[in-house]
Design a protein around this ligand. Structure first.
Ligand code: ADP
Ligand code: MG
Length: 292
């Protein structure tokens, strides 16, 4: 990927039509510097996956824009690209291919994927990095959830994307596997220094991994707070035991709780039903007489 100063979302909005229109994103503004590890947290349904899909080029915004800012100008995101790779919570490997073939597969799809030897070298590197070397000839359904997710991540990394979009990638894993995967990811990121946008429900995970945690309001999602996480790198799991770590977690949780409470009050005061919902799509929600 060509170098960029930052990836910017400017007043990015997304509404879905249909019988019950949904305003998923309500004007997102954020700037993510190249090489930054950004974590996105917020209530379920606040548009985090929608935002990642727009950045991946899999969906288009209803208003506003997403673009890479470079010295020589802005490059809008208009379509998918190998440079922007998504990793989902569910394992996206092919069950009929061995681990090695799964990781090699993306290279076969592209004319510049390299010759046989080059491909083998690359695949070996990422298998090694993800601790999969000894499982190379196995099939995904013989592996645990954590190992399968490693295969999915290795398949993504083999394309060497400049931007890694991770949508609750460890959400289906048990706590211990999750911790291992976090360290593995930090390790990989430390050597590639790609830019990461990482969505998670887990505030501890967000604080442990990220340089910055972006806190979303409930739907329509906007960014309510940005927390700088300044623990040194490489991160030591023991930072989770420090007061500073716990304070950050509580501060983030407080912002989320506050935004959820405010949204609940606004809904209660503004009424419901399709007509009211439609109104809230075009107007700011109005407050009732409760002084909120
Ligand atoms: N393709 C779609 N059509 C209609 N509504 C959608 C679509 N995708 C997402 N939504 C709605 O947009 C809102 C935000 O969804 P999503 O981005 O998945 O939130 P999150 O990832 O934060 O949980 C939700 O109310 C969801 O139901
Ligand atoms: Mg989601």
């Amino acid at each position: 990927m060509r170098d960029f100063e930052y990836l910017q979302m400017e007043n990015l909005e997304k509404a879905f039509g249909g019988l019950t229109p949904v305003r998923a994103l309500g004007g997102v503004n954020m700037k993510v510097a190249q090489g930054e590890f950004a974590a996105l947290v917020g209530a379920s349904g606040c548009g985090k996956s929608t935002l990642l899909r727009i950045i991946a080029g899999l969906d288009t915004p209803s208003a506003g824009r997403a673009f890479f800012h470079r010295e020589d100008g802005d490059e809008p995101i208009e379509s998918p690209s190998r440079d922007r790779a998504m990793v989902f919570q569910s394992y996206t490997s092919f069950p009929w291919l061995s681990v090695r073939r799964n990781v090699e597969f993306p290279l076969l799809l592209h004319p510049d994927g390299g010759n046989r030897e080059e491909r083998k070298a690359k695949v070996d590197h990422y298998l090694e990095l993800m601790g999969l070397t000894e499982f190379a000839s196995q099939y995904p359904n013989t592996l645990s959830g954590g190992m399968r997710q490693r295969v999915a991540i290795a398949r993504t990394l083999v394309n060497e994307p400049g931007l890694l979009l991770m949508d609750e990638p460890f959400g289906a894993l048990d706590a211990q596997t999750r911790w291992q995967m976090q360290d593995l990811l930090l390790n990989v990121w430390g050597s590639s220094r790609c830019t990461v946008l990482f969505v998670t429900h887990d505030i501890e995970e967000a604080v442990y991994l990220a340089d910055k945690v972006y806190v979303f309001s409930p739907r329509p999602g906007v960014i309510r707070a940005v927390k700088d996480i300044d623990f040194p790198r490489p991160r030591d799991p023991d930072i989770k035991l420090t007061d500073r770590f716990k304070t950050l977690q509580v501060e983030i949780l407080n912002v989320i709780t506050e935004t959820v409470m405010t949204a609940a009050k606004e809904t209660a005061a503004g009424g419901r039903g399709p007509e009211d919902l439609k109104k809230t799509l075009v107007e700011k929600p109005h407050h009732g007489g409760d002084g909120a």
